[in-house]
Design a protein around this ligand. Structure first.
Ligand code: ADP
Length: 721
């Protein structure tokens, strides 16, 4: 029986020492981890002497062990309160109680070795020795009960408002601590001569066990993996010890080998079986305790394969929802995209299996704002943030951000970052299975996060371009519509004008030819009736009439050209003939003005398809202009062939062309500002007609001038074929 009590002490001592160390070393800086470790060490400090008292032979030594074990025992409530304060975030609220507990325990500490705490040890019932309480001991028991009940109350209070994983953890803690309390309190009966030995003492480590379980299921304090490895080692060593013990027994007692040989055999056995045991325990623990239903790597490669061709953000979000909700069994997922100007996050997509996800006070959340401090701390890299867990390790500064997430039902936040640009985040609600997130989940989000961020960014950019294109398209459409309307209007005006010109000129034609006819008749009359003065007057009329006829003809030919009825009779011909004829026509006029008038052309030029009459009129206009707009100097005509083209160039030293007028030379009715002095009769149709003719011959025409009074060059080219 004593052995069992001793064993219960051993179990409690070892389990609390191991757990305390793991928790402490997992995160030395966290107050939660520190206080939990202290609580574990207080249990250990109580449990180590507990191993010894049942084995003690004398009353003195039993008393000593009893006194020693109380050193740890009196600090258990203090450290537990301290841990609760840190873990539940209620340290400020319960600070006074902690100080109270500390003051009491210090008082008890100093009384432990006095007879007021334990008066003596005496044989009791079936036990060799047990202690008799001193006066202070009664207070100690009272203190122990009061603070234990206070702790239950605090846990219960926290349980009511807790959510998700934290709620489950608190629940486990509460069960553990109640069992611990019930088990531990079986130590008190014998003090008051009630025959109930401390059988329940072994339950004292139940708190440790429940915490360990909470860690496994709910990533409590993030030590799952350290715990797995430790427990695998511990189990391997334990089973190996049992095996070695049995083997030792068998070898020495039954088979009677040489003693040294036996030891050697055992050593070899240990060396070979340890790795085997370890790997098998590892497999077993993976399978039954730390199991996951999926392989994160497999899913990540599937994501990469499937998403490579996806460009549409909506499709990507739905795909991600499906893949994550299947693997992690999360029903609530939302994608939030950061607005770079405002800095807030807008919910772009969300799907929830429970109505309260991303809903807060019945308001459907569309935008979320996060403090810069939180972004700086947690959004530096693409790695999942487990809200409850991270909250425990954080200071108060970021508490409002954490609470915001908790209130929205968010358990995990996965920042989406491409290079150093934060584009948004995916938030996940709790698991529909009620389980907590495990290592595989962490791996999945960690591995997938970066890729997913890139795909989402691409999709967003694509969306932006698409909407920009759409906007641009509608703007272009609108502008085109306006342009078409304006064009229609202009065409209509142009048509009215053309009609007017056509009608007017045709109407002019008949009276003009009548005038022409009669004035000729008068002049042909050689009788004396016509005196010389009258003859001169009629000649004037005839001359003016001729000019008018030319003008009207010009107008008619232009309106024909514009009406689309401009017909060309193309036939092969030599442009040299046309140019030389015109040159001859203008020689007299040019010489009269005192101009040097030159024509240079090769002996032979290829024939082109042309309408000879229209071509003649076109070139006529160019030479006519040169003669008209040149007062002194020279006019040089060049005709040559160049790269399958016939080139005509006429260079004069005349009035030149104003830079501002250069672009309008070939427009209908365009006349330069300064030309009135030189040519009063022109109406600005010559170059317009010439260009029309050349265009019909697939040619092009352009003008050069160094400016006003610097002369002009007019050049046209017609392809030979
Ligand atoms: P018009 O000679 O009846 O004015 P054109 O269509 O022949 O009409 O010419 C249009 C305008 O081009 C002229 O008014 C003039 O300003 C300019 N232009 C044409 N030829 C020359 C030239 N050789 N030198 C300077 N300006 C010219």
């Amino acid at each position: 029986m004593e052995l069992f009590f001793s064993f219960s002490g051993l179990v409690n001592a070892l389990s609390s020492t191991i757990l305390g160390l793991i928790v402490y070393f997992k995160n030395k800086k966290s107050v939660v981890n520190q206080s939990f470790a202290m609580f574990c060490f207080a249990i250990a400090l109580w449990s180590y002497p507990y191993i010894a008292w049942p084995l003690a032979e004398t009353a003195e030594s039993t008393l000593l062990w009893f006194q020693l074990l109380h050193i740890g025992a009196i600090f258990i409530p203090v450290f537990y309160l301290f841990f609760l304060g840190a873990w539940l975030g209620i340290y400020k609220r319960i600070r006074k109680m902690i100080y109270f507990a500390l003051a009491f325990s210090l008082f008890f500490l100093f009384s432990i070795f006095t007879p007021y705490f334990i008066t003596e040890v005496v044989p009791k019932f079936s036990l060799k020795f047990w202690a008799e309480p001193g006066i202070i001991y009664h207070f100690y028991i009272l203190y122990f009960f009061i603070f234990s009940i206070y702790s239950f109350y605090l846990l219960y209070d926290a349980l009511k408002s807790a959510k998700g994983a934290k709620k489950a953890q608190i629940k486990l803690s509460l069960i553990g601590v109640i069992l611990n309390f019930i088990g531990g309190s079986t130590n008190f009966f014998l003090w008051y001569d009630i025959n109930l030995p401390p059988f329940g003492n072994i339950l004292a480590s139940s708190y440790v066990l429940f915490t360990a379980y909470a860690i496994i299921r709910y990533r409590f304090m993030d030590i799952r993996f350290a715990l797995r490895n430790t427990s695998v080692y511990a189990l391997s060593i334990l089973s190996l010890s049992v095996l070695v013990f049995v083997l030792h027994f068998v070898l020495n007692r039954i088979i009677f080998f040489n003693e040294h040989l036996n030891d050697l055999l055992l050593l070899i056995f240990v060396a070979f079986s340890f790795p085997f045991l370890r790997s098998n325990f590892q497999k077993l623990s993976n399978k039954y305790v730390f199991s996951s239903l999926y392989d994160s790597r497999e899913i990540v490669s599937k994501i990469n394969k499937d998403m490579a061709g996806m460009l549409d953000a909506g499709g990507i979000f739905i795909y991600l929802y499906n893949i994550f909700s299947n693997a992690l069994s999360i029903g609530s997922i939302a994608v939030l995209i950061k607005n770079p100007e405002r800095g807030d996050y807008a919910v772009n997509y969300k799907k929830s299996d429970s109505g309260d996800f991303l809903f807060f006070n019945n308001i459907n959340i569309k935008k979320v704002k996060i403090s810069n401090a939180f972004e700086d701390k947690f959004f530096r890299k693409v790695a999942p943030i487990f809200i409850e867990e991270a909250k425990d390790l954080e200071n108060l500064e970021l508490l409002s951000d954490f609470n915001m997430f908790s209130d929205l039902g968010v358990e995990i936040v996965l920042p989406l970052k491409v290079k150093s640009r934060l584009i948004g985040m995916i938030v996940f609600g709790r698991k529909s299975t009620g389980h907590s997130f495990n290592n595989e989940d962490f791996n999945l989000l960690n591995l997938a996060g970066k890729q997913v961020a890139v795909y989402i960014e691409n999709a967003l950019l694509y969306e932006e371009i698409k909407s920009f294109n759409k906007k641009l398209g509608s703007e272009v459409k609108e502008a085109t519509k306006k342009y078409i309307q304006a064009n229609k209007k202009l065409k209509k005006i142009d048509l009215i004008k053309n009609n007017f010109i056509t009608i007017a000129s045709h109407k002019f034609r008949t009276p003009l030819s009548i005038i022409k006819g009669y004035s000729s008749l008068i002049l042909e009359d050689n009788s004396e009736k016509l005196d010389s003065e009258l003859r001169a007057n009629v000649e004037c009329i005839q001359k003016a009439n001729k000019r008018l006829i030319v003008l009207v003809e010009e107008l008619i030919s232009i309106s024909v050209a514009d009406s689309g009825m401009f017909r060309f009779d193309f036939e092969p011909g030599n442009i040299m003939d046309v140019v030389s004829e015109l040159y001859e026509e203008f020689i007299t006029e040019a010489r009269k003005k005192g101009l040097i008038f030159k024509l240079s052309m090769p002996k032979k030029i290829s024939e082109i398809d042309m309408d000879k009459n229209k071509m003649k009129k076109a070139i006529f206009n160019l030479i006519d202009n040169a003669v008209k707009y040149t007062k002194t100097g020279s006019i040089a005509i060049d005709l040559f062939e160049k790269e399958d083209k016939v080139v005509f160039k006429i260079a004069d030293s005349g009035i030149g062309i104003d830079e501002k007028e250069k672009n309008n030379l070939f427009d209908k009715f365009f006349r330069g500002k300064r030309v009135g002095v030189f040519n009063t009769e022109g109406i600005g149709l010559g170059l317009y007609f010439t260009k029309k003719v050349l265009t019909a011959h697939h040619g092009r025409i352009y003008a050069h001038s160094k400016g006003v009074d610097a002369g002009s060059d007019f050049i046209f080219e017609i392809p030979i074929k």
